[in-house]
Design a protein around this ligand. Structure first.
Ligand code: F6P
Length: 319
């Protein structure tokens, strides 16, 4: 019986459990043996590996986070740690690994594949910043969460005629902020892909206020600026009360929406299909509704995610 190890890595994302469940259940149907590796690459080095059966993934389809746990473990870049991991994998007789995570996880998967441990990767991150896919598992659930938060901020900022700044996660990818801004009707958007000039923002907000706008919501991706300082700057220059809200890890939690559960289930089952065909060293994606796969090394080198400039232009028209 071929043995498959599953791990989740990097920031957790809603729907990861649904993906693990799908890999386990479809894998068992194909006569494979499944193993869960706890706490990502860290757990791989610490040998936290347990056998999974169909019951291990009961009541998982609707649960946020990842029951296998995840970890940030940049030390996996070190050869000595990878050698420990490879030794643990070989001792357990694991033939393939399925890794669910973001771009950092892909790099680990590529290195393991090159060292003779064939891996498959499934995109799971609220940032939606991974190559070779239209959607990563968890992104659309996080989008719902952010839009709901913006709706709530709209209620209170309009009641008080305030300006509200909302900081959205995404690391160096503006997908979550951009989509949430369109759906939430934000008056100004700052994204990592677009040069940010605070004076332009102020000018824009002043212009909106001069046209009779009573309140405004500014959506901004994390790491662009200090939103508390920005709030003080806007307040001082507009004489309008301004509040900043950092949504933070609230965005990562919660039960996955139906789409993410289905996406995760499809990707998990597709991973097993690829393994049974011996098609490994691949990253899985969804393109125009269809499951696709690319060589991990090729994808990492050649597939920088394009910025959705048409979405950005639309957002600007709608303010
Ligand atoms: O990659 C997902 C993410 O939530 C990013 O949006 C964010 O920058 C980062 O993880 C936060 O990481 P941590 O949970 O390790 O603080």
């Amino acid at each position: 019986k071929k043995k498959i190890g599953i791990l989740t890595s990097g920031g957790d994302a809603p729907g990861m459990n649904a993906a693990i469940r799908s890999i386990v259940r479809t894998g068992i149907m194909e006569g494979l043996e499944l193993f869960g590796i706890y706490d990502g690459y860290l757990g791989l080095c610490k040998n936290r590996i347990v056998k999974l059966n169909s019951d291990s993934v009961s009541n998982m389809i609707n649960r946020g986070g990842t029951f296998l746990g995840s970890a940030r473990f940049p030390e996996f870049n070190l050869v000595k740690n990878r050698l420990i991991a490879i030794n643990n994998i070989k001792e357990k007789g694991i033939d393939y690994l399925v890794i669910i995570g973001g771009d950092g996880s892909y790099i680990g998967a590529k290195k393991l594949t090159e060292s003779g441990i064939p891996c498959l990767t499934i995109p799971g991150t609220i940032d939606n910043d991974v190559v070779g896919t239209d959607y990563a598992i968890g992104y659309l659930t996080a989008l719902e969460t952010v839009v709901e938060a913006i709706d709530r901020l709209r209620d209170t900022s309009s009641s008080h005629q305030r300006i509200s700044i909302v900081e959205v996660m995404g690391r160096s990818c503006g997908d979550l902020t951009l989509a949430a801004s369109i759906a939430g009707g934000c008056e100004f958007i700052a994204l990592p892909e677009i040069k940010y000039v605070k004076e332009d923002l102020l000018k824009h907000i002043k212009n909106r206020l001069s046209k009779g706008k009573k309140h405004a919501i500014i959506a901004i991706t994390e790491h662009i600026c200090n939103v508390e300082n920005l709030a003080r700057y806007i307040e001082k220059n507009t004489k309008r009360e301004t509040r900043a809200t950092i949504l933070g890890h609230i965005q990562r939690g919660g039960k996955p929406i139906a789409y993410d559960r289905i996406l995760a289930s499809r990707m998990g089952s597709y991973a097993i299909d690829l393994i049974t065909k011996g098609n490994v060293g691949k990253c899985i994606g969804i393109k125009n509704g269809k499951m696709v796969n690319y060589d991990i090394s090729y994808a990492l080198k050649n597939m920088k995610r394009p910025f959705k400039s048409d979405w950005f232009n639309l957002a600007k028209k709608l303010v």
